[in-house]
Each structure stands twice: as structure tokens, then as C-alpha cells.
Design a protein around this ligand. Structure first.
Ligand SMILES: Cc1cc2nc3c(=O)[nH]c(=O)nc-3n(C[C@H](O)[C@H](O)[C@H](O)COP(=O)(O)O)c2cc1C
Length: 199
């Protein structure tokens, strides 16, 4: 098997950007075959004990409207009055309707009989989501990882059919970027600030 050159992989990793639902083409369908491949790629992430602690709820079409309503309901029910924001509520209703695909990413707790700590299964799901985003970027798709507090609210989890120990770690919005979108730039601080070399 021939692997892509490192320079191409680095370029792909650096090209990925968080693209908001408003910048996705609402009319362009993401083919099921492509979506399936991207999800399959996600599952090739490392995971301790091979517990594969991921579950992906994929919302498309009319199901996105129901998702939007459930998010808004959970926000209304769980947000203290002092923190409640009408603009946030409105956005929760809008975003799932703007993106052709929304994936609720779940850490389905396995634990392998208590051998694998919860954090490691969350970390495995995070790795899977990075795989997913990189695979999607390679295909020309765009999106972002959103983590509103409501996804971990008991009633939202119940609606997703999750057990108490499971966690919904976020929503991945996905679609084709609008044709006129100018790809955003981002920055990372110099590596020297973040690495301590030992020899
Ligand atoms: C665990 C996680 C949760 C995130 N949650 C949000 C979020 O709720 N809202 C948001 O705007 N971006 C969220 N992001 C995306 C970051 O804001 C984004 O990655 C960061 O701004 C860097 O931009 P880039 O992804 O284009 O490099 C999240 C990213 C991660 C890894």
C-alpha cells in the first residue's frame, strides 16, 4: 500500500478549519457513501482495550428539525435564568437546520469491566472525531465541533437513548462549504512554547 507523503498529510491537517453551519451549502447533499466512509475512518482511532466507545447519531433531513427542537427544549429547561440568552436559544434552533448533516457524538461507556477509566473512553471518542474531521476535510467537506452544555443534559441524553454513564461529547456539523466561502485562516503559537525536549 502506498501512503500519502508526509508533506501532504501535514498540509491536510493544517487546512482543516472550523466552519460554521451558516457557511455550509444548505442545498448540497452529502452522499451516504461518503458519509459512511468518513464515519468508518473515525472508528479507526486508537481506543484502549478495543472497547470502541463511540456511537454516532447522524441527523439529516427532517430529523435535524427535531434535533433543533430538542436542543432548544433542553436549553430552556436546564439554563438558570441568570445565564439564559435568547441569541443562544435562537442559534440552537438555527444551526441544525443550516447544516445538511449533524452528528451527535456519543461516548458509549464500556469500561471493559472497570479496566478502562471514563476519561480514556472520552479521549478515544475525541480521537475518532479528529479522524472524522480530517477525513471529511480530505473529501472537501467542512464543519465544526460544537459542544453546548445541553448535549450532556439528562433529558437530551434520554432522548438519544443513552445510559447514565454515557456522554454526548458534542455535535459535529458537516456539509459542503458555500462556493463563495473564503477559507478562514488560523494561527498556532510557536512550537517552541509548547515543547520541552529531553535528551
Ligand atoms: C472539544 C471541542 C469542543 C469545541 N466546542 C466548540 C464550541 O462549542 N463552539 C465553537 O465555536 N467551537 C468549538 N470548538 C472548535 C474550536 O473553537 C476551534 O477548533 C478553534 O477555534 C480553532 O479553530 P480551527 O478548528 O479552525 O483550527 C470545539 C473544539 C473542540 C476540540
Amino acid at each position: 500500500m502506498s501512503l500519502p507523503p508526509l508533506a501532504q498529510v501535514s498540509a491536510l491537517l493544517r487546512h482543516r478549519r472550523s466552519i460554521k453551519p451558516a457557511d455550509l451549502d444548505p442545498h448540497r447533499v452529502v452522499e451516504t457513501e461518503l458519509l459512511t466512509q468518513v464515519l468508518e475512518d473515525a472508528t479507526w482511532a486508537p481506543n484502549h482495550g478495543l472497547t470502541e466507545p463511540w456511537l454516532f447519531h447522524v441527523f439529516q433531513g427532517a430529523a435535524r428539525h427535531e434535533l433543533a427542537e430538542k436542543l432548544q427544549q433542553a436549553y430552556r429547561d436546564t439554563t438558570p435564568a441568570t445565564e439564559f440568552r435568547e441569541d443562544k436559544l435562537a442559534k440552537m434552533g438555527q444551526s441544525p437546520r443550516q447544516a445538511p448533516v449533524v452528528i451527535a457524538a456519543v461516548m458509549k461507556r464500556h469500561g471493559a469491566g472497570g479496566k478502562i477509566p471514563e476519561i480514556e473512553e472520552i479521549e478515544a471518542v475525541a480521537s475518532a472525531l479528529q479522524n472524522l474531521q480530517i477525513s471529511a476535510t480530505a473529501a472537501g467537506l467542512a464543519g465544526y465541533w460544537s459542544s453546548p452544555a445541553v448535549v450532556d443534559a439528562p433529558e437530551f441524553k434520554r432522548w438519544l437513548g443513552l445510559d447514565k454513564a454515557d456522554r454526548c461529547v458534542g455535535l459535529i456539523y458537516l456539509g459542503w462549504p458555500k462556493a463563495d466561502l473564503s477559507w478562514p485562516r488560523s494561527i498556532r503559537r510557536p512550537l517552541a512554547e509548547k515543547v520541552i525536549w529531553h535528551s
